[in-house]
Design a protein around this ligand. Structure first.
Ligand SMILES: Nc1nc2c(c(=O)[nH]1)N[C@H]1C(S)=C(S)[C@@H](COP(=O)(O)O)O[C@H]1N2
Ligand SMILES: [Mo]
Length: 203
């Protein structure tokens, strides 16, 4: 029996609904760390997030301002394109759509480019990043997000592969038409639905 078959059998034995695990994935209890480049460290007050592009009122918030906005805590499963999935992760933050409401999204906007520290970018449709589930998150399991996992603030967008969830997010740019981000220019899928196994171009 392969590792993947054994893992699926264990998942059923643990009482999980097998359909929760997307095709080609395995379940882990660990929380792997995955990114390109360095982990940034910020002096207090240094981090900020800018909402820009096709909006009526571009703005920048710091961490205190973000945390003063209405908060949401959500639990969901995350799926990395390198095949690990983790169930029931709990995140607290501000819904992306609440931030966008403050900025006033212009009618031409169709997609969002997430910009992270050191130039990491990833593209997502506006409809996905304004769904109920998409957070600008500043806490994981009730604690500050560790720097290695994207703290102080990362995007969490669980319905797409986890590379679409920028760690150390610094900008959300509303754009018209889709445009590839960092991994998408390197062969990863433009959309990245784990349940349709959209890992690479052409999947
Ligand atoms: N800024 C930034 N965000 C990133 C990445 C990255 O390289 N840089 N990697 C992505 C990928 S491929 C994954 S699987 C998740 C991993 O998040 P974790 O390290 O908290 O598990 O972060 C995503 N966000
Ligand atoms: Mo990933």
């Amino acid at each position: 029996m392969s590792f993947f078959e054994r893992n699926r059998r264990e998942l059923i034995e643990k009482g999980y609904e097998p359909a929760r695990l997307p095709p080609g994935q395995y379940l882990t209890d660990r929380f792997p760390v995955l990114h390109v480049g360095d982990v940034p460290s910020y002096r207090p007050g240094e981090w900020s997030l800018t909402v820009s592009g096709l909006v009526e009122r571009p703005f920048t918030v710091d961490l205190a301002e973000l945390q003063a906005l209405p908060a949401t805590t959500l639990t969901f499963d995350i799926h990395c394109v390198t095949k690990w999935s983790k169930f029931d992760t709990t995140w607290t933050g501000v819904r992306v759509r609440d931030l966008f409401a403050l900025a006033g999204v212009r009618a031409e906007a169709t997609h969002v480019m997430e910009h992270a520290e050191f130039g990491y970018t990833t593209n997502v449709p506006l409809a996905d990043i304004t769904s109920d589930q998409a957070l600008v998150a500043y806490a994981f399991e009730g604690e500050e997000i560790e720097p290695i996992h994207g703290g102080p603030v990362r995007i969490v967008l669980p319905q797409l592969y986890f590379w679409k969830s920028a760690k150390w997010v610094r900008g959300l740019e509303l754009i018209s038409g889709d445009s590839p981000g960092f991994w998408e220019r390197n062969g990863y899928h433009m959309y990245g639905d784990p349940f349709r196994e959209q890992r690479h171009w052409g999947d």
